[in-house]
Design a protein around this ligand. Structure first.
Ligand code: G3P
Ligand code: MG
Length: 232
């Protein structure tokens, strides 16, 4: 177990320490030394907003469905500690190439907007490898991959498929992102045989971190990135 390190993704920023998916969560992730942050995006009024839930209640002072609101209405809300819901552009500016960004496509219809936004950031000096785009919505992930074939994609899933990581290879993914609830030795071995990295979500407890090292996974998403980084 010793000597093998896990790539660390600060989940929704460092959400164990700051309101999730806010700029302060991104800054905290950087302060903790996370090499990657993971964020969730929806498209609203042609703007990519960084937000996890379909509904507003859990993480803001608003209510109802995010996608029923205008961008202007969303920007009035408090996403925690008085912060606004950020845009993808604001997160990229905040990170400023000090960490990679895993962008998880949440709402429908955001593949094209994300592909366009990333090209803009690449034109401003980012590398395509500074980004990893993932989704549970494999149709949208495939659409993104066709639009931006040089940006790496990761296939999220929350099950133990009968043919293991085959679906991710078929998508031409760089990585497969299983839930900690379902990942096992056979799945990891199969993914590695297919040349896929295995990044597991969400890994917060020390005994789970040790189990992931034992399983030989390549990286984990954690609300507490310092717990992963201290294991190096
Ligand atoms: O991308 C890893 C993880 O964020 C996937 O699940 O629900 O936290 O977006 P969720
Ligand atoms: Mg996510």
């Amino acid at each position: 177990m010793e000597g093998r390190s896990l790539l660390c993704f600060a989940h929704r920023g460092a959400r164990g320490h700051a309101p999730e998916n806010t700029l302060s969560a991104m800054r905290t992730a950087l302060e903790l030394g996370a090499p990657w942050v993971e964020i969730d995006v929806f498209l609203v009024d042609d703007e990519l907003v960084v937000f996890h839930d379909e509904r507003l209640e859990r993480t803001t002072n608003g209510n109802g469905l995010l996608q029923k609101k205008s961008f202007a209405e969303l920007r009035q809300l408090d996403a925690g500690n008085g912060e606004q819901i950020p845009t993808l552009d604001e997160v990229c500016a905040c990170i400023d190439r000090r960490a990679g960004i895993n962008i998880e496509l949440k709402g429908g219809g955001c593949a094209e907007a994300v592909a366009t936004a990333l090209e803009r950031w690449v034109a401003q000096g980012w590398n395509r490898d500074d980004f990893l785009v993932s989704s549970f919505d494999h149709r949208q992930l495939q659409q993104f991959h066709r639009l931006a074939p040089e940006v790496r994609i990761g296939a999220l899933h929350c099950s133990l498929p009968i043919d293991d990581a085959c679906f991710a290879e078929e998508l031409d993914a760089y990585s497969v992102h299983p839930s900690i609830e379902f990942v096992d030795e056979r799945f990891v071995a199969d993914a590695h045989r297919r040349g896929l990295k295995v990044y597991v979500y969400t890994v917060n407890y020390y005994d789970d971190i040790a189990r992931m090292v034992q399983l030989g996974v390549d990286g984990v998403f954690s609300d507490y990135p310092e717990r992963i980084l201290s294991k190096r």
